[in-house]
Design a protein around this ligand. Structure first.
Ligand code: C2E
Ligand code: MG
Ligand code: MG
Length: 699
């Protein structure tokens, strides 16, 4: 390199550029060359020269880290000019490098003739070392920050709600666990290093864990999840869900497991399951679970050619208990009943609650068909002793229907339906008993359902009719009429109310029919009044269900007011049995009707079990002796009843009516007893309205 170009390079150096006499320095400088990765000098060496880079690039390395780069025009190693300084960094070529070397002794002799060069040199050196220190300080700051981040990361791992484990990939030993693992399991953190991950579980072997982990190692999935039970130090266990990942980007590779304590979730799930499958009041299986169990039973019975039975049970008087004692006591009662029922079952039997007061018992593996009947009998016998609820003795029984697989059905729906039909039959025959399903019951039910549909249509199409049967006094003079409903059929026959009223009573149609009868009777009263100027009293029959399902007082008031009819022209007949079924509410309705001016009478009296005490309370103006006593009047016991009823009526000031009077003999006998009113075929059959008009009002 010639002197001129060396001079040019010297002039680029900040602490030399303005000095005189640079030529002498230039003359004594040397050129030096480096290949890539060659060191110009190394940290800690004693330096004797500085270098000005004329081509290429060098890196400054301190504590194994590159802290700066120096390129063409820059200088390096200037500390050496101050005399045998140790190098504070290593300098390595990153490319082919050419440099001018200024030796310490060359510079010293230059300084002797140019002492003013010392000051800019010292300034430059001070500046340089300050810069380097700053770089190092900022590097340290970075290091500190990194340390802080690591610390925070560890803290987050410790604070997380889940347990975290890092596992050795070969042994599944725990390398690191977080604080949550320690608190949950009850071991100090430093103990975890002794544990194998599978050993923390109560229900997990190494093989099982391995099977899950293999799916990760085979790259079948990025994360394996499974559930298990972790075992605490004290031996207790808790359910967990484990998610495990294979971190093969780590050196060495590791497993990372997140373990979630799912106790609460499980409790919640169990609770939901309980709600979905168990009855909350009695804790018995509910309809859903019963059907499920029945399905299992059915499949088992099919496969092993076994029989099983379903008992459908409905309590006979639950509604009355509930109404009388209130819902809390009603609930208490159901619980006590459940307890008693459980006592007469075998382990393998299932007792469940379908709804309200309906229970089901499933008897699997029947050896003898009598098993179900025996159980039904047993149930009714254990129900015989009273229950003590709210300090009151409560009596109750079941009506039970039994169906058998396979005889009575091949699927759950049919078996349940048929057991229900049989139960219904047990109710019909008076309750407190059981019935085995028979095919004829089914036919009856189907017939009944068809009839119910037809009845609805008949009502909608205004096909029902009222007939009127006169009531007369002992001289045969018309006293009043009783409206009796008729359902004419297309072929000219009539369906008797004795057949269709009970069907209407089982559905809500009875309310509609009842109201129709009241409206129709009132219209008729009104028509006879306007056409013939005759005000005649008409009695309508009211079903017990009307008291339960409808607001009878409101309905009657409305109809009377609309038709503008004197309330004394309407009378209601309630059978003794209907009255006794719900005495208090019937009395309250009849009281209100009486206040309003509508009279009432007790129909079919003597067939029920009215106590005299109650009779006093009934706000009625007449009693109608049940026809059966009149028809059997020759029988001494019937006579006793007839005479008893008539005497009571006389004493209590009630009008007494004899119904079903068919013969002169019956009439003569009743006359001797001074019965007030007579009704029966002997006088008149029930007549259509126009016939009544013809016979009584037209002339
Ligand atoms: P009930 O109120 O005791 O009516 C008397 C029943 O005996 C009527 O039968 C009547 O036709 C019949 N009968 C009257 N005289 C004689 C007689 O001398 N000999 C015989 N063997 N029978 C006689 P029906 O019309 O078939 O009604 C039967 C029952 O149906 C009624 O008994 C009543 O409880 C009920 N019923 C009738 N119409 C209605 C109604 O509109 N609503 C309600 N809820 N029930 C009704
Ligand atoms: Mg009647
Ligand atoms: Mg009657």
């Amino acid at each position: 390199m010639d002197k001129i170009s060396i001079m040019q390079h010297l002039k680029k150096v900040d602490f030399l550029k303005d000095l005189p006499g640079l030529e002498s320095l230039a003359e004594n400088c040397q050129a030096t060359n480096l290949f890539p990765n060659d060191f110009l000098f190394k940290e800690g060496e004693t330096g004797e020269s500085m270098f000005i880079i004329t081509e290429g690039c060098l890196e400054v390395i301190k504590e194994n880290r590159t802290i700066a780069l120096r390129a063409e025009g820059e200088y390096i190693g200037e500390m050496a000019l101050l005399g045998n300084q140790t190098r504070s960094a290593s300098i390595k070529a990153t490319s082919n490098v050419k440099a001018i070397e200024i030796k310490e002794n060359v510079f010293k002799s230059f300084l002797i003739s140019n002492p003013e060069a010392l000051l800019p040199l010292v300034k430059t050196l001070a500046l340089r070392s300050k810069q380097e220190l700053e770089i190092l300080a900022s590097d340290n700051r970075e290091l500190e920050t990194q340390k802080k981040i690591n610390k925070r990361f560890n803290r987050i791992l410790d604070d997380t709600v889940n347990e975290i484990y890092i596992l050795d990939p070969d042994t599944y030993k725990v390398i690191r666990a977080n604080l949550k693992a320690s608190t949950n399991l009850g071991y100090p953190l430093n103990k975890f290093g002794n544990f194998f991950f599978n050993g923390l579980f109560s229900d997990f072997t190494w093989d099982e864990l391995n099977a899950h982990i293999q799916t990760l190692l085979n790259n079948e999935q990025a994360q394996a999840s499974f559930a298990g039970q972790l075992k605490r130090k004290d031996g207790s266990t808790y359910p967990v869900e484990v998610r495990i990942q294979y971190l093969d980007t780590e050196e060495p590779a590791q497993f990372f497991a997140i373990v979630e304590d799912i106790t609460e979730r499980k409790t919640m799930e169990d609770h939901i399951k309980q709600l979905a499958f168990y009855d909350t009041l009695t804790d018995l299986p509910n309809r859903n679970l019963l059907k499920d169990r029945m399905q299992v039973m059915l499949e088992h019975a099919k496969r092993y050619d076994k029989k099983f039975a379903a008992l459908y049970m409905d309590m006979d008087n639950f509604k009355a208990v509930n109404d009388a004692l209130g819902h809390d006591a009603g609930d208490q009662f159901l619980k006590s009943v459940t307890k008693r029922l459980k006592e007469c079952l075998r382990k393998e039997d299932t007792l469940g609650r379908m709804s309200g007061d309906e229970f089901i018992i499933l008897l699997p593996n029947l050896n003898d068909e009598k098993d179900a009947s025996n159980l039904a009998q047993k149930i009714n016998s254990i129900m015989e002793s009273p229950f003590l609820i709210a300090n009151k003795e409560i009596f109750s029984n079941f009506s039970i229907g039994v169906s058998y697989y396979p005889d009575d059905g091949n699927d759950i729906a049919t078996l349940l339906k048929n057991a229900d039909i049989a139960m219904y039959r047990a109710k019909e025959v008076g309750g407190h008993t059981y019935q085995l399903f028979t095919e004829s019951m089914n036919e009856k039910i189907n017939k009944r359902m068809t009839m119910e549909q037809n009845l609805r249509q008949a009502l909608d199409n205004d096909e029902l009719k009222l007939y009127y049967q006169p009531k007369v006094d002992e001289k045969g003079t018309l006293s009043s009429l009783e409206a009796l409903i008729r359902w004419p059929q297309p072929e000219g026959k009539m369906i008797s109310p004795g057949v269709f009223i009970p069907i209407a009573e089982e559905s809500r149609i009875i309310g509609l029919i009842g109201k129709w009868v009241i409206i129709e009777a009132c219209k008729q009263i009104q028509e006879w009044k306007t056409k013939f100027g005759r005000s005649i009293k008409v009695a309508v029959n009211v079903s017990g269900k009307q008291f339960e399902q409808t607001d009878l007082v409101k309905d009657i008031k409305e109809v009377l007011e609309t038709a503008k009819i004197d309330p004394s022209l309407l009378e209601v007949e309630v059978t003794e049995t209907a009255m006794m079924r719900d005495i208090d509410s019937v009395i309250s309705v009849l009281d209100k009707l009486k206040e309003f001016g509508v009279q009432s009478s007790i129909d079919d009296f003597g067939s029920g079990y009215t106590s005299l005490g109650y009779l006093k309370k009934f706000p009625v103006h007449s009693l109608k002796i049940d026809q059966s006593f009149i028809h059997g009047f020759k029988d001494k016991s019937n006579q006793a009843i007839i005479e008893g009823i008539i005497t009571i009526c006389k004493v209590m000031g009630l009008e007494v009516v004899a119904e079903g009077v068919e013969t002169e003999e019956q009439l003569e006998y009743l006359k001797t007893l001074k019965c007030d009113i007579y009704q029966g075929y002997l006088f008149y059959k029930p007549l259509p309205a126009d016939e009544v008009a013809k016979q009584f009002f037209q002339n």
